[in-house]
Write a protein of this length. Structure first.
Lengths: 113, 112
């Protein structure tokens, strides 16, 4: 596709459920990033992949958050045992190289009820 | 770590007027300062960026200035149009996207 694609666009989960959020980066982009954007705030860094290697996961808020990019293209962000404070928009971005222009997807809005 | 503060949180201007959004950063090692525009229901989109080796950059109606000594940078939009209405975010990083830190955003409304 022409841009970064994320699915689903919206997800409502009951507290305690596991969720999986998908990101399809721009083809050929080596770097992939996940951000969490709370309502009325700027994006906050979660984790970074270079190809299939997860080089930085310093922003993941707890061990309930897990991300993977097994073949160096599509990435999945998984949140286990969701809590209300996990409610946010989860943004994925990709860039040709780290430090290059980052292109963002539309995000997945997660609401935990 | 880096801390980015952004002001104002909301800004309303009349069409044709100028808009200025200001950001400060804390880490003197930061050397890359992008600005993003986020429209409702969309992801942030890069509109302009500046690196620490220049003090000003302009692209049509948009300009960014950087004062490294004072650790602040600003976005200037001239001749504003209703389609400029959006949330604008500044960010700072040390040239790597994984250490990029964003401001809290400015909601700009341009009244026709």
């Amino acid at each position: 596709g022409a841009g970064v694609s994320q699915s689903p666009r919206y997800k409502v989960a009951k507290r305690g459920q596991d969720v999986a959020l998908r990101c399809d980066p721009i083809s050929g982009h080596v770097s992939l990033f996940w951000y969490q954007q709370a309502l009325g705030q700027g994006p906050e860094f979660l984790t970074y992949f270079q190809n299939e290697a997860q080089l930085d996961k310093s922003g993941l808020p707890s061990d309930r958050f897990f991300a993977e990019r097994p073949e160096g293209s599509v990435s999945t962000l998984k949140i286990q045992r969701t809590q209300q404070e996990d409610s946010a928009v989860y943004l994925c971005a990709s860039s040709l190289v780290n430090g290059g222009e980052a292109f963002f997807g539309q995000g997945t809005r997660l609401t935990v009820v | 770590g880096e801390n980015v503060e952004q002001h104002p949180s909301t800004l309303s201007v009349q069409e044709g007027d100028s808009a200025v959004i200001k950001c400060t950063y804390s880490d003197s090692a930061s050397n890359y300062f992008p600005w993003y525009k986020q429209e409702l229901g969309k992801g942030p989109q890069l509109i302009i960026d500046i690196r620490s080796n220049v003090g000003e950059k302009k692209d049509q109606r948009i300009a960014v200035t950087l004062n490294k000594t004072a650790k602040h940078f600003s976005l200037h939009i001239t001749e504003t149009q209703p389609e400029d209405s959006a949330v604008y975010f500044c960010a700072a990083s040390m040239n790597n996207n994984n250490d990029m830190r964003f401001g809290a955003g400015t909601r700009l409304t341009v009244k026709p």
